[in-house]
Design a protein around this ligand. Structure first.
Ligand SMILES: Cc1cc2nc3c(=O)[nH]c(=O)nc-3n(C[C@H](O)[C@H](O)[C@H](O)COP(=O)(O)O)c2cc1C
Length: 159
């Protein structure tokens, strides 16, 4: 079984998730950061895992563009999707805002893996936005690695 993990990561949390997935998923694993590489032979893989962080409600632009440009081939593959995001309860909103209904219906499993917010790592602008966002929401959710969601995702792929 050949699995491609196609991802983007601005501050490293999504990359950490990718590293964890690649250590647990059976078979051959190939990892591509969409921001570095776009010439991908999708036809070669059986499974495609797509992983993106959410910034201001949006997934990574390169990833979104790549999905739209390769939708026909993706619809012939087993596709699994995860999002890194701080506000778990908004997962459905993020899915609907970023992906076509046809694509969403095709996905075998989609999960939020949680998120990480390290203010010391953020750019000035991102720090301002993150501070405003954390004031705006009720603060009941703290970003973290949602191991149970990640492990359920892995079990579905390894089945
Ligand atoms: C500027 C900024 C905007 C963000 N916007 C959202 C958002 O709209 N919704 C959300 O759930 N999380 C949001 N987050 C949290 C990120 O999705 C989370 O930190 C994620 O782990 C980032 O992944 P990365 O380290 O791979 O870039 C935001 C974080 C920052 C810094």
């Amino acid at each position: 079984m050949k699995t491609l993990i196609l991802y983007s990561s601005k501050y490293g949390f999504t990359k950490k998730c990718v590293d964890y997935l690649s250590s647990k998923i059976k078979g051959e694993i190939y990892i591509v950061n969409i921001n570095d590489e776009k010439d991908i032979n999708l036809g070669y893989y059986n499974n495609i895992i797509i992983g993106s962080p959410v910034y201001m409600g949006m997934i990574n632009g390169d990833l979104k563009k790549y999905i739209n440009e390769n939708i026909d081939l993706l619809l012939t593959k087993k596709v699994y999707l995860f999002l890194s995001c701080g506000v778990l309860k908004n997962m459905d909103t993020y899915l609907k805002a970023n992906f076509d209904e046809k694509f969403l219906n095709h996905i075998i499993i989609s999960k939020c893996f949680g998120g990480e917010l390290r203010l010391d790592k953020l750019s000035f602008i991102d720090k301002m936005i993150a501070k405003m966002a954390s004031k705006a929401h009720d603060g009941s959710e703290k970003p973290s690695f949602l191991k149970q969601n990640v492990d359920e995702f892995i079990d579905e792929i390894n089945e």
